[in-house]
Design a protein around this ligand. Structure first.
Ligand code: SAH
Ligand code: SF4
Length: 347
């Protein structure tokens, strides 16, 4: 790859310094910033209010490396999965999920994942690298096009639930959220963004201190350490108690209820006793519970819970006053559902 700096890795201040170094007036940096983010320019040539000379100078000193579309798949339920190519030819996936009242983008934060939760297709890939903030941003820009085309409305929500563990790419994920929500970027509301984590306690607590208002979801899936250790390795080093403490802190700083995601697996975590353990965690912090249907992943022994078990589980919680929703799975026919993203088509 070229040794020129990637222009989108600079903060607004750094960009100003770079532009001044090139002997250009300061206001050019503002124009540049607008092209790079608000207008999502994909090349220097597009920046038509800059002189040809300056554009050439920029191209001599920097690279602008947008993410490009690779493969588009549309599910019969309207979900669109977008395979995307990174500047170094690596592949990632993002998903646009249409609903009557919203369009949700599910974005990736890493190529692969360094964790290996036993039920997740991404976990079977090795983590190749973190995504740059610009690469996360580009997924939103590209998926927005499909939201408009296929759902008649722009993206309303963004979930960091694609490939990778967002809190293990902390800086770039935070940068991307700042850009997506900034008036100089896509100007989306922070409360429409949800970061999903397998439970990196330190990362959750740090995010709480960033002065932001986005939502935090924990992929819990088992409500005791003993059980969770068997399906999520991360639980060995980030025990439920530590993660709960971090979530409480997150709530205290942001005022946002947290979300517990809980995949129901047949005969693993779907008994009345499991529901009781989950209830105990729920009672510790203002929260919602999302019950998620397990999506089949090849080579995984776990199966999805039977519907009677699921209903009993959910009813138990509802009767205790728990705010619980059962999430329909979307895009299963094209492997676009939670946990199924694995670049199967691109290889
Ligand atoms: N790494 C982060 C975000 C990406 S995973 C995390 O783990 O939270 C997004 C969500 O999909 C998580 O809740 C994850 O537990 C869930 N998931 C993984 N595999 C799944 C599967 N096979 N079926 C349903 N959900 C799955
Ligand atoms: Fe990684 Fe999340 Fe999949 Fe676990 S569930 S392997 S953390 S992407």
């Amino acid at each position: 790859m070229s040794s020129k700096a990637d222009i989108r890795t600079f903060s607004a201040e750094e960009l100003t310094e770079e532009i001044i170094k090139l002997g250009e007036p300061k206001f050019r940096a503002k124009q540049m910033h607008e092209w790079l983010w608000k207008k999502s320019a994909r090349s220097f040539e597009e920046m038509t209010n800059l002189s040809k000379e300056f554009r050439t100078k920029l191209a001599d000193h920097f690279t602008l490396l947008p993410v490009t579309e690779n493969i588009v798949q549309k599910s019969k339920d309207g979900t669109v999965k977008l395979g995307m190519m990174l500047p170094d030819n690596r592949l990632i996936e993002g998903v646009m999920i249409p609903d009557e009242d919203r369009s949700t983008a599910c974005v990736s934060s890493q190529v692969g994942c360094s964790l290996s939760c036993s039920f997740c297709a991404t976990g079977f890939l090795k983590r190749e690298r973190n995504l740059e903030a610009g690469e996360i941003y580009d997924q939103v820009v590209l998926l927005n096009k499909y939201a408009l085309e296929h759902n008649g409305k722009p993206l309303t929500n963004i979930v960091y639930m694609g490939m990778g563990e967002p809190l293990l790419n902390y800086d770039n994920v935070l940068k991307s959220i700042r850009l997506i929500t900034s008036p100089e970027g896509l100007n989306m509301a922070q409360k429409r963004i949800t970061v999903s984590t397998s439970g990196i306690a330190r990362g959750i607590a740090r995010m709480a201190d960033e002065g932001m208002k986005f939502n935090m979801a924990l992929s819990l899936h088992a409500a005791t350490n003993e059980k969770r250790n068997t399906i999520m390795d991360i639980n060995q080093s980030n025990k439920i108690e530590e993660v709960m403490a971090a979530l409480k802190y997150f709530y205290s700083k942001t005022g946002n209820k947290v979300t517990f995601e809980y995949i129901l697996f047949n005969n693993f975590n779907d008994s009345p006793e499991d529901a009781e353990h989950l209830l105990k965690l729920y009672q510790q912090v203002p929260a919602f519970i999302n019950i998620i249907e397990y999506n089949n992943v090849e080579g995984v022994d776990l199966k999805k819970a039977k519907s009677e078990q699921r209903d009993a589980f959910v009813n138990y919680l509802r009767n205790k006053g728990v705010d619980v929703a059962v999430r329909r799975s979307r895009g299963k026919d094209i492997d676009a559902a939670c946990g199924q993203l694995a670049n199967k088509n691109g290889k």
